[in-house]
Design a protein around this ligand. Structure first.
Ligand SMILES: [Zn+2]
Length: 144
């Protein structure tokens, strides 16, 4: 059996740390505003003239803010499983940054198992695979 090459479907958007998977965001060094995806040119805070950003790992946990069923295949850059399997999409408010980050919900958890306000945690799971590659993505999973 050959081992498939694992690679992120979006390079540099998330990483596996010692404590688990986390998203890679950026923080304005002037006003402290967090961004995901990372911001590198200018701060979008209208009251801030900051142009310097530091890369920061974002909270691994948050609260479910909203969710929906993805019954249709999402557009690029999403790489869907083939054949396409419906899944849930969660919008989670990050614990510390209090910003909303969208992501697919782990396989095996459908919308019936989700409730607004429930704790969620970030994990990395296979999004799709070919004969030789496994594409990894961050996903949201109900947290204990
Ligand atoms: Zn700023």
């Amino acid at each position: 059996m050959t081992r498939k090459t694992e690679k992120p479907f979006l390079e540099g958007w998330f990483a596996q740390g010692e404590a688990g998977a986390h998203l890679l965001g950026s923080r304005c060094t002037s006003c402290g505003t967090y961004y995901f995806p990372r911001q590198a040119r200018f701060c979008r805070n209208p009251a801030c003239a900051g142009e310097q950003f530091e890369e920061v790992p974002l909270s691994r946990r948050g609260r479910l803010w909203s969710y929906t069923d993805a019954c249709y295949q999402p557009p690029e850059p999403f790489i869907a499983a083939d054949p396409y399997l419906p899944f849930a999409i969660a919008a989670v408010e990050l614990e510390q940054e209090q910003m909303i980050v969208l992501g697919p919900v782990v396989q095996g958890v459908d919308v019936a198992a989700l409730t607004v306000g429930m704790p969620m945690e970030l994990v990395v799971e296979t999004l799709s695979e070919t004969a030789t590659e496994r594409h990894l993505s961050w996903k949201w999973k109900p947290a204990p």
